[in-house]
Design a protein around this ligand. Structure first.
Ligand SMILES: Nc1nc2c(ncn2[C@@H]2O[C@H](COP(=O)(O)OP(=O)(O)OP(=O)(O)O)[C@@H](O)[C@H]2O)c(=O)[nH]1
Ligand SMILES: [Mg+2]
Length: 321
């Protein structure tokens, strides 16, 4: 009877998320699954579990907390079979991610008011590619999208965004290299208004080396946006690169000091065995993770759902159904 309550319904499998997390699953979570094939829950199992979680970049504190929670639940519920304990771990991991997703604001797009998404993050994390993915995502809902080339720092950044614009048939508002990002955003807001765009996504330069500059520039962009739409930017999306592991967390913490982040995108999950970073981000920042990046194509974006995510760490495509 008691055990029945342990089992939550398994999330609907999402092949894209499963493929994106395949490296993390094969790298570490397969070993975690095997731990629970042992015959007893002993100290060695808990120690091995903690080590594996740290290896997957779940982070020191979070790994310790998960293991301690598991220990006390196993004790309190008098669990003897490791397979039941694995279910408890799975539920705890989902609950941890839900701590952050609970803070997610409902996105209500209004007709005639562009939904403005400001995409921020350090160099090379995948901002521009994420913008293309978000454009395709919103297009799938039938929304008209526009892009603004707010990264005027790198000449190639403007070209890169324009190429995505052509591929996706999305207008791109751009000035020349070195132009004032505020001026680009001003024009983009005006154009979005004139053309009745539903969504405007703004690229930014990924510089963090000078926090004062970053704050100043993002503050200016925000002011320009608010001259047109008081509630803009309705979404401030921070992209972090999963392959950098715990560095992604440090970057996220730094960015949060400069700008109010509403959503996090974990890019490049397909390229790493460090998919555990989602747990540190959720626990340490409390900012909701909204999307994950699973490849370089515009369609390689998945919405983040805690249960689907955790189940994809334990089960590969076609498994565990
Ligand atoms: N495998 C994989 N590669 C990705 C993903 N997202 C982005 N990339 C690749 O990462 C590299 C950098 O991506 P960009 O989108 O240019 O990153 P950025 O943050 O805009 O870079 P800067 O403008 O230089 O700051 C490119 O080669 C992308 O194709 C992803 O989810 N998976
Ligand atoms: Mg870029």
């Amino acid at each position: 009877m008691v055990l029945n309550r342990l089992f939550r319904r398994r999330a609907e499998p999402d092949v894209q998320v499963q493929q994106g997390l395949e490296k993390t699953r094969r790298g570490v979570f397969l070993e975690i699954t095997r731990l629970f094939d042992r015959s007893t829950m002993d100290d060695e199992l808990y120690e091995d579990l903690e080590m594996l979680l740290i290896q997957a970049d779940v982070g020191w504190d979070v790994s310790q907390r998960l293991v301690e929670d598991l220990r006390s639940q196993v004790r309190d519920r008098r669990i003897v079979h490791p397979t039941d304990a694995r279910e408890l771990l799975r539920n705890d991991m989902v609950a941890l991610l839900e701590l952050a997703t609970r803070n997610r604001k409902v996105k209500i797009l209004q007709r005639g008011v562009p939904w403005v998404i400001l995409v921020v993050g350090v160099n090379g994390v995948g901002k521009t590619t994420t913008i293309a993915k978000l454009a395709a995502y919103h297009q799938r809902f039938g929304r008209s999208v526009m892009l603004a080339a707010g990264d005027t720092f790198r000449a190639a950044a403007i070209d890169q965004l324009q190429i995505w614009g052509q591929r996706l048939d999305v207008p791109v508002i751009a000035h020349g290299p070195g132009a004032d990002p505020g001026a680009v955003v001003f024009d983009a807001m005006q154009a979005a208004h004139n053309r009745g765009a539903d969504v405007l996504i703004v690229d930014t330069a990924g510089r963090l080396h000078n926090k004062t500059n970053l704050m100043f520039e993002l503050g200016k962009i925000r002011k320009v946006m608010q001259r047109h739409v008081e509630s803009a930017p309705q979404e401030v999306l921070l992209a972090i690169d999963a392959t950098t592991g715990q560095n992604g967390l440090i970057q996220a913490q730094e960015f949060s000091k400069s700008v109010a982040i509403t959503d996090i995108m974990i890019a490049k999950l397909d390229g790493t065995a460090k998919g555990g970073i989602a747990f540190s981000v959720a626990k340490e920042l409390g900012t909701p993770i909204s999307y994950i990046g699973t490849g370089e194509k515009a369609t390689d974006l998945a919405e983040f759902h805690p249960d689907t995510y955790v189940d994809s760490l334990f089960f590969g495509v076609g498994e565990g159904l």
